[in-house]
Design a protein around this ligand. Structure first.
Ligand code: TLP
Length: 343
């Protein structure tokens, strides 16, 4: 059987033997009582890496973002965020349904950034007729903008404007370690001007489950209460936290390989068929189809053993990940070329 090359996301990876060994031997306790030593160690490690006072372990990136919104805002507040942000596009309107906030979207530029003047003009003060804008949400790297890594000075400028208007800043850093590697800048520096930052263990870092939400100690206390509301209080979660500690120790530096593989994939695709791609900063390749449609390309590629995600009728996404090596990228390109020859 030929191996299927799964490029749908960096979430599709399976924990390897060493990670499973770390999970199997983890010391555990009841985390709702604060008794799980491995969870406690992961939370301390995450807070240190992100340069924040404290962190809380949650089930997913979506839960981290929702808990952040619940903890930063009051019902009826307004939040400002990009129109391509994961929170706005992919989180099932949790902001509206559960955090009870109104979303004010601003256009994301191609590189995932927001226009500083538009951000500055978007804040409203609580008044007889108006909601308070209490939070700006940023995303780095930016998923729908092709895994772009937003430079630190841009993050700082945007956060500075929010702070001038009395709002706080949450950074969806689901892939902040990809940004760390691409920008050669510590995640703590990237997140420095943001009040809170979340990141995922279950994307490029290769864990089966888990995200961390990091911020000031009093914020994290409130976040623990909100996590409990969502049913996210976990018990012997040390088996999962052990995977996270393993990943933070072993799987961060190697993200450079994913970035190189994404570049190789993008370059190869451009020379093969009716494809235009981004020049990936990190591990995400956006493939714009200049011939045919996603509804014909995606199944044809799957049939040939290359899985991609359909973003729209003219766009596919392919994501380099821990389970795909440079040889697999060469093989994927050969398979795509065979499909393109028949098209
Ligand atoms: N992204 C997933 C899908 O939901 C699209 C993917 O395959 O890329 N923030 C960002 C920037 C994300 O990309 C994701 C997941 C999340 C948050 C949510 O994380 P999970 O899936 O753990 O809830």
């Amino acid at each position: 059987m030929t191996k299927t090359i799964d490029l749908r996301s960096d979430t599709v990876t399976r924990p390897g033997a060493a990670m499973r060994q770390a999970m199997a031997t983890a010391e555990v306790g009841d985390d709702v009582f604060g008794d799980d030593p491995t969870v406690n160690r992961l939370e301390r490690t995450a807070a240190e890496l992100l340069g924040k006072e404290a962190a809380v372990f949650v089930a997913s990136g979506t839960m981290a973002n929702l808990v952040a919104l619940m903890s930063h805002t009051r019902p009826g507040d307004e939040i400002v965020l990009g129109d391509h942000s994961h929170i706005f596009v992919y989180e099932v309107a949790g902001a509206a349904r559960i955090a009870n906030v109104m979303t004010h979207t601003l256009r994301n530029r191609e590189d995932g950034s927001l226009n500083l003047d538009e951000v500055a003009g978007s804040f409203r003060q609580r008044g007889l007729h108006t909601p308070a804008t209490s939070l700006l949400c940023l995303e780095n790297t930016h998923n729908r903008c092709g895994g772009t890594a937003l430079p630190v000075d841009e993050v700082d400028a945007l956060a500075g404007v929010a702070h001038q208007h009395g709002a706080r800043v949450h950074l969806d850093g689901a892939r902040i370690f990809n940004a760390q590697v691409a920008l050669e800048t510590p995640a703590a520096t990237i997140a420095k001007s943001c009040d809170t930052v979340s990141f995922c263990l279950s994307k490029g870092l290769g864990c089966p489950v888990g995200s961390l939400l990091c911020g000031p100690a009093d914020f994290v206390m409130e976040a623990r209460r909100n996590r409990k509301i969502l049913g996210g209080g976990m018990r012997q979660a040390g088996v999962l936290a052990a995977a996270g500690l393993y990943a933070l120790a072993h799987n961060v530096g190697r993200l450079a390989e994913d970035h190189a593989n994404a570049r190789k994939l993008a370059e190869g695709l451009r020379s093969i068929g009716p494809f235009r791609t981004n020049q990936p900063d990190t591990n995400i390749v956006m493939v714009d189809l200049t011939g045919g449609t996603a509804s014909t390309w995606a199944p044809a590629l799957a049939e040939a053993g290359v899985l991609a995600t359909t973003m729209s009728e003219t766009r596919l996404r392919m994501v380099a990940n821990l389970d795909v090596n440079a040889g697999d990228i060469d093989e994927a390109l050969k398979r795509v070329a065979r499909v393109a020859d028949r098209a």
